[in-house]
Design a protein around this ligand. Structure first.
Ligand code: AMP
Ligand code: MG
Length: 491
């Protein structure tokens, strides 16, 4: 083992502000070492932006750190406590298989959580083994980096190591640890946990901490906790609108999987929709379709109502008044969401200004997509490049009429055709992580130790608005359109 000084040539610059919260919010503990860590993928660009570099990040030394066998200088490892509504049912949870090493202060002065996922049991593991298997960790790496490429706020993936140990699921699978980077891991469920603990002081401490970290602008407001609630609602409305705009289905929108920072978190059974259909569900455990594509906006509102509930004790000294303030704040969510979404859809159709009938124009297009079972992403790309003849919509009377209306609408703005096309290119991704491509990359990596397929895929997904020749192949939809595709969580 190297001494501390040498180890820190990598550039670790930790602060551990979370440890300054009341003790009930976390448990200090180190990751459980693994037998033979091996680094299989590292995100160089992300490492650089974190201020991390050098040989120490790679090879055996990097593997030791990212497996949790070696604790970087300045880290104060802990598991966070939280609660959550899972499929509507309240449960006490916590990091059952994750350890926060600390907050890396980047060269730009950002504060980012560095967390190991799959790093062993914690006091919150319940019946779990605290471990993760390679496939799902690589899957999180691919999808989270794709989301980042799409311009959607998200946790990121810094590295994956294999542990040299099997994890026992339905079969024995290779174990792995993912290093996750996040604005923070504070969730709606963290506030539910604080509310459940029952002391107003704890709840207030968490709220003050979170405001300082993510919403400093509300600090000076007369009722800063109400402003905080409103700001979180706004950020989540914007986030979920972005998901809808690209056809992302989170799959497990439990309140413990909703961040306060407004980043997408917890890439378990998530997947992207191919054929436009609001009822699309991929998750094998979501038998009721609670978290179907078309339900996400409404579930976001439900989760935020749970957040507002948790804040009730600090919104106002009078209970009735608190409830009124919370209800008022929550009632703004549907409009906030719709407005974010409509703004995004306008851009996808090349529209710069606003007209009353835009919503109808957008909805008619979606209705046609659903009726003729066309691919959501590729239809919008076809409209971008004026290649509707590539789609089955061409020649359908209702579509041709819609197309005419859209052309007329485009003509009623001052921006040129070229400007519209430019806006559409920047708003309609050429590629999304298609399920069959993700599976192909995982298969090569997990079964054959070949990471080149995944690296190519991650590369193509890193700039989905490039509309490059290389991306054409990755935009293709499989013959069966993934109709029977199933995803699994917690594996
Ligand atoms: P998730 O469905 O990934 O949001 O996980 C829900 C809860 O289960 C979280 O508290 C996780 O930390 C915990 N969990 C998931 N998998 C495991 C595991 N293998 N061992 C221990 N805890 C786990
Ligand atoms: Mg989770």
């Amino acid at each position: 083992m190297k001494n501390k000084h040498e180890r820190n040539e990598i550039g670790w610059n930790f602060d551990n502000s979370y440890t300054r919260l009341p003790k009930s919010f976390y448990s200090n503990l180190n990751p459980t070492p693994v037998s033979s860590p091996r680094l299989v993928i590292i995100n160089d660009q992300l490492a650089t932006s974190l201020g991390l570099s050098g040989e120490g990040l790679k090879g055996e030394e990097g593997a030791g750190i990212f497996a949790g066998n070696e604790i970087p200088e300045g880290a104060a490892p802990l598991a966070q406590a939280y609660a959550g509504h899972q499929f509507g049912h309240f449960t006490m949870l916590g990091d059952g298989r994750a350890i926060l090493l600390g907050e890396q202060i980047t060269p730009k002065g950002e504060r980012l959580d560095i967390q190991l996922k799959g790093s062993g049991r914690t006091p919150y593991s319940r019946g779990g083994d605290g471990r993760a298997s390679l496939g799902p960790m690589l899957r999180e790496y691919i999808i989270s980096e794709a989301m980042h490429g799409l311009g959607i706020p998200t946790t990121r993936s810094l590295a994956v190591v294999t542990t040299g140990e099997d994890v026992i699921r339905e079969t024995n699978l290779p174990g792995a640890v993912l290093t996750r980077v996040a604005a923070s891991h504070i969730r709606v469920g963290t506030f539910q946990y604080a509310a459940k603990l029952g002391t107003v002081e704890d709840l207030q401490a968490l709220a003050d901490y979170t405001i300082d970290r993510h919403y400093p602008e509300v600090e000076s407001h007369e009722n800063k906790y109400l402003s905080f609630l409103k700001a979180v609602i706004k950020r989540q409305a914007a986030l979920i609108a972005k998901w809808q705009l690209v056809g992302f289905i989170h799959g497990v929108m439990n309140t413990d999987n909703m961040t306060i920072s407004g980043e997408t978190i917890d890439y378990g059974p998530c997947a992207f929709m191919n054929t436009y259909d609001p009822a699309t569900v991929f998750s094998s455990i979501d038998t009721q379709g609670r978290y179907a594509y078309g339900n996400q906006p409404q579930i976001g509102g439900w989760n935020l109502a749970r957040f507002a509930e948790a804040l009730l004790p600090i919104l106002h000294s009078d209970e009735d008044e608190s409830l009124k303030l919370a209800q008022n704040a929550i009632s703004a969510y549907p409009d906030l969401f719709r407005s974010e979404w409509l703004t995004g859809m306008r851009a996808k159709l090349g529209l710069f200004n606003e007209e009353e009938e835009d919503k109808q124009l957008v909805e008619e297009l979606l209705t046609l997509m659903e009726r003729y079972k066309v691919d959501y992403t590729n239809t919008l790309v076809a409209l971008t490049f004026d290649k509707v003849e590539d789609t089955v919509l061409k020649g359908k009377e209702a579509f041709d009429k819609w197309y005419q209306q859209w052309q007329e609408r485009l003509g009623r703005q001052t921006e040129s055709k070229e400007q519209s096309v430019e806006l559409m290119k920047n708003s309609n991704p050429a590629v999304i992580p298609r399920n069959h491509r993700v599976e192909e990359a995982l298969e090569a990596a997990v079964s054959c130790g070949d990471y080149s397929v995944m690296e190519r895929l991650v590369g193509v997904l890193s700039n989905p608005y490039a509309h490059s020749a290389e991306q054409v192949e990755y935009a293709k939809v499989p013959e069966d359109r993934d109709e029977g595709y199933r995803t699994f969580c917690g594996t």
